[in-house]
Design a protein around this ligand. Structure first.
Ligand code: ADP
Ligand code: MG
Length: 355
């Protein structure tokens, strides 16, 4: 910073951090904060044989669902924590980088750090980096989402002290113990927010013969769902279609019922945390006993989940201050101090090294 030219260049450089989540994609730009927060959804024309089958991306794509002809379908290319469709993922990355970078003449080529689910393969990582470079990035680094979440949640990831992060997203829950800038033990399971919505849909069908939509289920989860008895149990109305009469119907359900519906998935998450603790080296377990476990991702907001985990693990469990934005804030922090966080990146590529 003592060189005024460097300082001036710093002002014009565009640093972009991206959280490529299974449910939501967030983009952080240095000095501007979070500029994009949209669903990781792409609307595709399945009747088209051409490459350009993508009709809309993000919020616009989600809006189209159910309102368009049946040959347009919405897909979530990262839903299972792996990249199910390279092409579409690439276009999604292009779209989001393009949206903030634009095609401004003379605009600095951005440095980009992308948080990716820890399950993605080397081939998939390469595809993500290439997509960022071809979208105009000068440098593209990748960081595993639990690492980014831990950084964003303010955990001392580069120190020789163990930290545990549990990131409960839409498609996957990732549990990781981090120390000295690396992931020491981790586990990724496909039980998270989406599965909880399914649980509620199944419950309504089995108990009330009521067919409800995914949005209704998600609302029930967010409003009255829980993982631990509530101080004041509540009720809400589920609206759907009676499977026997075929007619619309409204049923009142209680938070106790929704907790019962969610209990299987919650138990799977609890077990994943316990199993990861079992595999953690004893010195690091001692650190965790002192500093606790931090929850991130939208699923961390499920009422009583921290309490439930605390009971089951006998450790302190905290919810990150902003669980839904921890990963993208982490990518932004890496870009602020790239040398300090170098170790935390799983891979890095400069434009010049391509092919
Ligand atoms: P991802 O990182 O996989 O894109 P997010 O961290 O954005 O996922 O979390 C999305 C999930 O969090 C969704 O399943 C959503 O229903 C869930 N979620 C959001 N808010 C809450 C809440 N208050 N209670 C429970 N679940 C929530
Ligand atoms: Mg996430």
């Amino acid at each position: 910073m003592n060189n005024p030219i460097d300082w001036l260049l710093g002002l014009f450089s565009l640093d972009i951090g991206i959280d490529l989540g299974t449910a939501n994609t967030l983009v952080h730009v240095k000095n501007r904060g979070i500029v994009i927060n949209e669903p990781s959804v792409v609307a595709i024309d399945i009747s088209s044989r051409r490459r350009n089958k993508v009709k809309a991306i993000g919020s616009e794509a989600k809006e189209m669902v159910g309102r368009t002809p049946s040959h347009i379908v919405a897909i979530r290319p990262l839903q299972d924590g792996v990249i199910s469709d390279f092409d579409v993922t690439e276009q999604m990355i292009h779209h989001f980088i393009g949206k903030v970078h634009g095609n401004r003449i003379g605009a600095a080529r951005p440095r980009v750090v992308i948080g990716i689910p820890s399950g993605v393969t080397e081939v998939e990582k390469r595809a993500v980096r290439d997509a960022a470079i071809s979208a105009g990035a000068r440098e593209a680094g990748l960081v595993e989402e639990p690492m980014a979440a831990a950084i964003g949640a303010g955990l001392p990831v580069t120190e020789s002290v163990g930290s545990m992060i549990v990131d409960i997203g839409g498609g996957t829950t990732e549990v990781a113990v981090i120390s000295l800038g690396g992931i020491v033990v981790s586990r990724s399971i496909r039980v998270a927010g989406d599965e909880m919505n399914e649980d509620i849909i199944n419950y309504a069908r089995q108990k009330y013969n009521l067919l409800i939509g995914e949005r209704m289920a998600e609302r029930a989860k967010i409003d009255i769902g829980s993982a631990y008895p509530l101080e004041r149990e509540r009720t809400m109305i589920l609206r759907g279609r009676n499977l026997i009469t075929g007619l619309p119907e409204a049923v009142e359900v209680s938070s106790v019922e929704i907790r019962e519906a969610l209990s299987g998935s919650v138990q799977v998450i609890v077990d994943a945390v316990k199993a990861t603790l079992d595999e953690t080296p004893p010195e690091l377990v001692a650190d965790l006993m002192e500093y606790g476990i931090v929850l991130a991702g939208g699923g961390a907001l499920l009422q009583g989940l921290a309490q439930r985990l605390q009971d089951e693990t006998r450790m302190h469990v905290y919810v990150a201050d902003n669980p839904l934005t921890a990963v993208v804030m982490g990518t932004g922090m890496i870009l602020e101090k790239p040398e300090f966080y170098r170790e935390t990146l799983t891979s890095m590529q400069r434009k010049s090294t391509i092919r």
